[in-house]
Design a protein around this ligand. Structure first.
Ligand code: NAD
Length: 364
């Protein structure tokens, strides 16, 4: 069988779904690897870094690929060119993508969207949400450090002592914990906050202080649930008091399948120090701050609010390495005895399938 990846086409996307390491592992399984010219170049993998791999243009790939791996979905025209029966694996962003799903179905394709994998232990090795959230959390904190008017670490110099920046991370999931770890490495004085009580220990294990606001909202499957209106008011009131001391806030809060919870109101931002900085990693799903504008820089009374998008693409080499391993581990569930035979009795296969040979399975 032929496994392929195209050059990603979304603006600013630099990752690639198949790295040299994963291409080699696929070859080891007797799979033919056919990539679009320069597919990995923007991630730091020029064609010459792939051994024993064939390169072609997008047209040839559309005709020959049995399995197409992608980071973000190819545009609808590219999907429509794929041959019937082709299997697509990637982050297909299936929610809010009715047209894309219709195209996949119309052209009798089979599509697996890895964001839909259950977050079970067995799925961890293919969990793209986790691997890419770790990159995003790291990048968000670097963006914060770069844009803040202050140093992160304490410095004792002949020109006086510089006090460390005080940093708050809201939402201590995969991205938040990586943001905390990154701020620690940069020497900031850091606090973390989440509505899931079990995150306290995780935050503290990274050497940060846990900010206790008295609102607890553990949901199902290890996720948070949405807060009630009363809980949200209580959270905002308690948080507003604390916000005054922070130089940097990185927010990462999310609830599966829902728009990002609005945690920081304009009034709360009004109470922050002039020169303070908010990096809203939830910008992609609407933002945790009322003032966030996705992809933009907003200045509100001296407080800067950044809403960076597609942060994982900003560290494309390692992001691709992790992503491609996720893809490989998932592809192992699809390829049996040298042929593409997805086992739909496996819940990881069944639950991540959006379209199966033209039949729409995702009930959006
Ligand atoms: P996420 O991206 O859905 O959310 C980020 C964080 O925001 C979560 O920690 C959540 O509790 C928090 N949050 C939500 N609403 C909030 C609010 N109003 N105020 C403050 N914080 C709020 O989460 P995630 O990073 O994808 O992971 C969440 C959990 O799933 C973690 O426990 C993680 O360890 C677990 N997980 C398990 C697996 C696995 O076993 N395969 C894989 C990944 C993650």
């Amino acid at each position: 069988i032929t496994v392929s990846a195209l050059r990603e086409t979304v603006a600013g996307e630099r990752r690639v779904a198949i790295t040299p390491e994963v291409a080699k592992k696929l070859r080891g399984k007797g799979v033919r690897v056919l990539l679009e010219h320069s597919a990995g170049a923007a991630a730091g993998f020029p064609d010459a870094s792939y051994a024993d791999v064939e390169f072609a243009d997008a047209d040839q790939i559309s005709r020959e690929a049995d399995l197409l791996a992608c980071v973000l979905p190819p545009d609808d025209t590219a999907l429509a060119r794929l041959r019937e029966g082709c299997v697509i694996v990637g982050q297909l962003r299936p929610h809010d993508a009715a047209t894309r799903i219709r195209v996949l179905a119309e052209y009798k394709l089979t599509a697996f969207s890895l964001e839909l994998l259950p977050r079970t232990t067995r799925a961890q090795a293919m969990d793209v949400l986790s691997s890419q959230a770790a990159v995003a959390g790291y990048r968000a904190m670097l963006i914060a450090a770069e844009n803040a008017p202050k140093f992160f670490p304490m410095l004792t110099t002949a020109a006086g002592t510089i006090r460390p920046s005080r940093v708050l991370v809201i939402g201590a999931g995969v991205a938040g914990l990586q943001a905390i770890a990154t701020a620690r490495r940069l020497g900031a004085q850091i606090e973390g906050y989440d509505v899931r009580p079990e995150t306290r220990e995780q935050v503290e294990s990274l050497g940060a202080k846990f900010l206790q606001l008295g609102v607890s909202a553990a949901g199902s499957g290890g996720y948070a649930r949405e807060l009630t209106a009363e809980e949200r008011a209580a959270q905002q009131q308690a948080l507003a008091e604390h916000l005054k001391v922070f130089d940097v806030v990185v927010s990462t809060a999310a609830v599966p399948g829902r728009p990002a919870p609005k945690i920081l109101t304009a009034a709360m931002v009004d109470g922050m120090k002039p020169g303070a900085l908010i990096v809203d990693l939830a910008a992609e799903s609407g933002g945790n701050c009322e003032l966030t504008r996705p992809g933009e820089r907003v200045v509100h009374d001296g407080v800067v609010i950044l809403g960076p998008l597609n942060l994982a693409a900003g560290a494309p080499l390692h992001a691709s390495e992790m992503y491609a391993r996720n893809i490989y581990n998932f592809a192992e569930l699809l390829i049996r005895d040298g042929a593409l035979k997805p086992d739909f009795d496996d819940e990881l296969v069944a639950k991540s399938c959006v379209v199966r040979q033209g039949e729409i399975l995702l009930k959006a």
